[in-house]
Design a binder for this molecule. Structure first.
Ligand code: CA
Length: 506
């Protein structure tokens, strides 16, 4: 384990966060049922568009997240945790199947018009696998892997579902007292719920702040399940802090001093996420099942540049939509008090694809996939070294690979310019989606992440041998993927990197 100055700071924060639990939430004597015997319960908490440095223990200087920090202190903080795609839906498809989503055709974010499309029905999900191992399975929150009945979470291994199937949802009526909408332009926030909140397959009217409602549902699922004989798997997939930026007075209270409205509201949204983690952990403790519960926490992609500096990826370059670190490196925490020592930090690259092997190994029968590595031996100290030699990314023409030290990114050059962008910051795609070839060729970027985590110094021209080696690995991986995807890549934007205009497809 490399211990940098930043690493030392994290360890100091881990110690400080440990005190939060020690002082603020003394543990009662654990009941006999919480001894750690038998397969653990598994709780996966996913945030939406939460940036790498938007929580205290990962370096936020403006947002306080004592309960997420305490979760890290109780287990393992991964400094180099990744998702398999820099936007919502493909990232979730990789996470839920434990396989790079390009292997099963879900490479791009679905456009709103494709209402019948969904992730391949040939894939097994985390819920399918854990259910087969005797788990009670529940999901609360954002799905974003298909709208129709065959794609619904309850058709994909979950016994219960409460949430929104779509990619985004408003949190509350902006006209209610105390609600603030994070707009700089002064327009009114949404006052109608555009997205359906479902209990199972039936719509349910929700009037309160959506994050609180999701937390209530998660708490009730844990309470119901803890009383049963089977272990449980809960996938709590929050829509916060994705846009629209909306927060209630309760969460804004600690952030009134922040002048910038978007930053203030965003911070309050992260506070609601921290409160959710607090309530989940408290419920597990109250039910006597905390010690033998594996809790994982992550974000589905990095923070979004289009919300105007209201969020932070810290020292990382780029945002959601980018294959640079700011798009794909995310907070990544795992805790399992009965089996894993707290206060650990692991700096080897890991990825949310690893949940499949890790969770099923914890459940007693590891489900092997070519992409997913069981992280438990690394967390218990049985294994050392790097779980992955390489991690890979692809969204059409945009591709990337990293090893222990280097990251190679290739992006299509473009002659599109900002005046070609639509109001949503995207380009109008051609019929059938964006081609993977560019008449302008590709920009090749090589970064030494050890020396340059901010990906500011392109070494491609200086280190052609490293470029060539990583290109071979990348091409070899691409050769194992499907060329044809369920949906074409239609979404993209442009940005300037290293002095050149490139098109980012997502
Ligand atoms: Ca997202």
């Amino acid at each position: 384990m490399k211990m940098t100055t930043r690493g030392s700071r994290i360890m100091a924060l881990v110690a400080a966060a440990a005190l939060v639990w020690a002082c603020g939430a003394p543990e009662a004597d654990a009941p006999a049922a919480d001894s750690g015997a038998g397969p653990p319960n598994i709780v996966l908490i996913l945030a939406d568009d939460l940036g790498y440095a938007d929580i205290g223990i990962y370096g936020s200087e403006i947002i306080s997240t004592p309960h997420i920090d305490a979760l890290a202190a109780s287990g393992v903080l991964f400094t180099d945790g990744y998702v398999s795609h820099p936007v919502c839906s493909p990232s979730r498809a990789g996470l839920i199947t434990g396989r790079y989503q390009q292997r099963h055709g879900w490479e791009f974010n679905p456009a709103g018009r494709d209402v019948n499309a969904g992730m391949s029905l040939d894939e097994s999900t985390l819920a399918d696998r854990l259910k087969a191992l005797g788990y009670r399975t529940g999901m609360v929150g954002k799905w974003h892997l298909g709208h129709q009945e065959p794609h619904h979470p309850m058709s994909r291994g979950f016994d219960e579902y409460f949430g929104v199937l779509e990619g985004g949802s408003i949190f509350i009526d902006s006209s209610l007292p105390g609600v603030e909408y994070g707009s700089r332009r002064g327009e009114e926030g949404p006052t109608e719920r555009r997205n359906k909140v479902l209990r199972g397959f039936e719509e349910e009217k929700v009037e309160r702040y959506l994050t609180d409602v999701f937390t209530d549902e998660a708490v009730e699922f844990i309470e119901r399940s803890a009383a049963g004989d089977e272990p449980f798997f809960l996938y709590l997939s929050h829509t916060t802090p994705h846009t629209p930026l909306q927060a209630t007075a309760e969460y804004l209270e600690g952030y009134r001093h922040i002048e910038d409205q978007r930053t203030r509201v965003y911070a309050a949204m992260v506070a609601s996420l921290d409160e959710s983690v607090r309530r989940v952990v408290e419920t597990l403790k109250a039910q006597g099942v905390y010690e033998n519960t594996l809790i994982a926490f992550a974000s589905d992609n990095g923070c979004a540049g289009y919300i105007g500096n209201a969020c932070s990826n810290g020292p990382l370059f780029g945002f959601k939509r980018y294959h640079h670190e700011g798009g794909v490196r995310i907070p990544f925490i795992m805790s399992w008090p009965a089996a894993v020592d707290g206060g650990q930090e692991i700096s080897h690259p890991v990825i949310t694809l690893d949940y499949m092997a890790t969770f099923t190994a914890a459940a007693g029968e590891e489900a092997e996939t070519e992409d997913s590595v069981n992280l438990l031996p690394y967390m218990t100290g049985e294994a050392d070294g790097a779980p992955h030699e390489y991690l890979y990314w692809r969204a059409g023409a945009s591709v990337a690979i990293r090893d222990a030290q280097y990251k190679l990114i290739k992006l299509n050059r473009t002659d599109f310019r900002p005046e070609n962008l639509r109001g949503d910051g995207r380009l109008q795609p051609p019929e059938g989606g964006w081609p993977t070839d560019s008449p302008h060729g590709q920009l090749t970027l090589l970064y030494d992440l050890d020396a340059d985590v901010g990906e500011l110094n392109n070494l491609a021209a200086e280190q052609p041998d490293v470029v060539a080696r990583l290109e071979v690995e990348l091409d070899s991986w691409r050769g194992t993927l499907l060329d044809e995807q369920i949906l074409p890549g239609v979404r993209s934007t442009i940005t300037q990197i290293d002095g050149e205009w490139v098109q980012l497809v997502f």
